[in-house]
Design a protein around this ligand. Structure first.
Ligand code: GAL
Length: 401
């Protein structure tokens, strides 16, 4: 119960601190009717929050290493994590490494030199972090591998979403939307765009989708016109929108310029889906609407979903991912028992998985996996209901941070 109260306090603090820190938030805004009292109250609230967040002398220090700010979600991950640890009285060091692996190594080494008590790392390229991870292990600094598993035994725990299921949801969406099980002699043409080969998640996303759809490729119901079905051929360095755009234009120019119909483009996430959608808009001559999948609920992609350009995205509530990470970090630092019951304390659906992931051969990594969900134009309200998005008069969604 204690932890549940903590979580509620954390979410409230995050909400208040978001409002107090000038970020928009789902918390009711201070009365803007110009009332002095309301403005004063908001200022008092802000001061209280900042004071509460100021780390006490000798407070424990948390290093939060995020990969980049150029991919939308990581800005939220970093802010949610930073704000909730500060609200709980920890000192934090938050860095974004601009998708440069050597910079992330340096950022983490600096955190170690600053004497952090725990590291939370979302790796750009897990393999490139071995030096920094080994240094953390030598200094007995525990590491939570955040969202993307780092294959180094310095990692104590992994917090993410069920990444294979993310891809499976995309594949099932295509299967069900086209009713492939009842396709008869129809043939649908499909292409694939996967993520960054350096990202341990990318293979899980692709395999989840491809394993779901490969029976239909084998039976001929689905036809990959470009013939590009292996991960390396469909991968996208750094999840780059421009790289995805360029490859899609090449494929459309090479295989679809003769009027061949394209029915589906399965993209592993929203940044690549944005590039593919741009390519289809500019370079696809067909008049049919192409099913395009994505992941993350990025604002530009949600707009494309409202406009019928993208068909779905797999949503992952990264505020919840941060709350589970916070709870795990607290338990680690307090030497508490860590098991499946941790998820129950926050009322967040997550699985404690000790089998699916390993940091080295035979070294299983205990993981907390949250549950992704499918968002289409028909259930955008579910995002608004999280309190993390608002819907404008124009029907488009904006994230509250
Ligand atoms: C993955 C992450 C996804 C995806 C991609 C780009 O590792 O789990 O949310 O968007 O990186 O950041």
């Amino acid at each position: 119960m204690k932890k549940k109260l903590l979580a509620m306090a954390l979410v409230a603090a995050m909400t208040v601190s978001m409002a107090a820190c000038g970020g928009s938030s789902s918390a009711p805004a201070a009365d803007n009717s110009g009332s002095e009292a309301a403005t004063e109250e908001a200022a008092t609230e802000e001061a209280a929050t900042e004071e509460a967040a100021a780390p006490a002398e000798g407070a424990m220090k948390i290093g939060i290493s995020m990969p980049t700010q150029s991919l939308e979600r990581w800005n939220r991950d970093g802010q949610y994590l930073d704000e909730q640890f500060k609200a709980a009285g920890y000192e934090t060091i938050l860095t974004y490494s601009d998708n440069q692996s050597d910079r992330q190594v340096n950022d983490i080494q600096n955190m170690i030199a600053e004497g952090v008590n725990l590291l939370i790392v979302a790796a750009i390229d897990g393999e490139a972090l071995n030096t920094a991870m080994n240094e953390a292990a030598e200094q007995n600094i525990p590491v939570i591998s955040y969202d993307r598993l780092i294959l180094n035994d310095a990692v104590s725990y992994y917090v993410s979403f069920d990444n294979y299921t993310v891809g499976k949801l995309q594949g099932e969406f295509v299967r069900d939307t086209l009713d492939l099980d009842n396709a008869g002699d129809k043939v649908y043409n499909i292409e694939f765009t996967a993520g960054d080969p350096a990202d341990n998640n990318a293979g899980y996303f692709f395999n989840g989708a491809f394993d779901t759809l490969s029976p239909y490729i084998e039976s001929g119901v689905l036809n990959v016109v470009s013939g590009q079905t292996d991960f390396d051929s469909v991968a996208t360095d750094q999840w780059s929108t421009d790289t995805a755009l360029e490859r899609a234009q090449n494929i459309l120019g090479s295989y679809y310029a003769d009027g061949t119909q394209l029915d589906v483009w399965l993209c592993s996430n929203d940044s690549t889906a944005l590039g593919v959608a741009q390519a289809i808009t500019s370079d696809y001559a067909g008049s049919n609407s192409v099913i395009i999948t994505g992941q993350d609920g990025d604002e530009a992609n949600l707009k494309n979903i409202v406009d019928g350009i993208q068909t779905m995205t797999v949503y992952k509530n990264v505020a919840n991912e941060a709350i589970v990470t916070m709870g795990l970090a607290e338990a680690m630092l307090k030497g508490e028992t860590i098991d499946a019951s941790l998820c129950d304390t926050f009322g967040i659906e997550c699985a404690y998985d000790t089998e699916s992931y390993q940091t080295s051969e035979g070294n299983k990594c205990p993981s907390f996996l949250l549950v992704p969900s499918v968002i289409t134009k028909d259930n955008l309200q579910e995002l608004v209901d999280t309190g993390l998005y608002t819907m404008g008069e124009d029907g488009y969604l904006a994230a509250t941070k």
